[in-house]
Design a protein around this ligand. Sequence first.
Ligand code: GLV
Ligand code: MN
Ligand code: MN
Ligand code: MN
Length: 402
Amino acid sequence: MDAAGFRRLWDQIAPIGRADSGGYLRFSWSEADLALRAWFDAQAAERGLRTETDRNGNRYAHWDPEPGAAADGRAVLTGSHFDSVPHGGAYDGPLGIVSALLAVDELRAAGFTPARPVVIGAFTEEEGGRFGVPCLGSRLMAGAIDPDRARALTDADGTTFAEAMRAAGADPDALGPDPDRLAATAAFVELHVEQGRALDAPVGVASAIWPHGRWRMDFTGAGDHAGTTRLPDRRDPMLTFAFAVLAARKEARLAGGLATVGRVEAVPNATNAIASRVTAWLDARAPDEAVLAAILAGFESKVCERAARDGTGFAIAPESATPIVEFDAALRDRLADLLGGAPVLPTGAGHDAGVLAAHVPTAMLFVRNPTGVSHAPGEAASDEDCAAGVDALAAVLRELAC
Ligand code: GLV
Ligand code: MN
Ligand code: MN
Ligand code: MN
């Protein structure tokens, strides 16, 4: 397809949820998310696609085959997510949904009729940007999280996932595994902007996702006056926290993985008070499980030692874990061949495709990101590369839907 055609549809969602930073605030069930879902429905209606929301709040548009089509009735699922991290980039998620709509247009314009359903999915709370657990919609579908836990997850204002869902008109009582939907899916292909500096062709194919997880850390001490408490008398959790930030980086560097502390809250959060509590979240990722475990073990023991010296408390608890994902090798190779020997590359970023890969043959297509920036306003992709992504996705759907 031509770059201008991509841009025309892309521009329709560009203003939705855009912040002054140039990044996006598109949290699940927020006004922006609902506006994107309404836009998705309107696009589906324009194309005569049947829409549906599953029990976990994931939204779908179905391109159904003609009655009597030859295939076994199982669907080819494509799509991604609308939600963003705070001030995230434009492409992470929505690119996969917009590209899927355009790929359907392209296939129809070429006279293709699918022998099995082609379904475009928009997954809920992929980023965990509002409720903390990433890939919530796909985890629920796959039975990888207890629905009671999901219902009770809270956002920064104390609103639960169940309350937010209900306020948006969806039914949180229905949350739970959806084995029938998984069994009715022949393959899932998620197109996504590449999120590092790893792809120097317009389109690539994913080989694997690094194992990764999120941990909540609580540092506790004694709140006191910044001007009257002698240094030796302090039990300052901010000090232990500061040590932990450096320790995370050091352990990751020594082991060969990544560790990030990107979110922190202090109590009482006053310039002239020693904090009584610091809560922060660790994100750690590695090329394999052993390296990830080594980072965590080294980190935990160093921070415990340091907390004992500081007279502070330290507790760490997992919030989510994603094991290593090796995408279906046959499908990966088939798609790379189909796309003329497209580069095959792993990623450290998490995706719904990583969750569903345990249940359904799954593949990912990446579109080049010239800045290499993601989860920040500087995330980018050229219209030409996005158009090449649409062409690639159309070729893949044509291959899989006959
Ligand atoms: C989600 O995009 C993640 O990798 O954290
Ligand atoms: Mn994403
Ligand atoms: Mn993301
Ligand atoms: Mn992601």
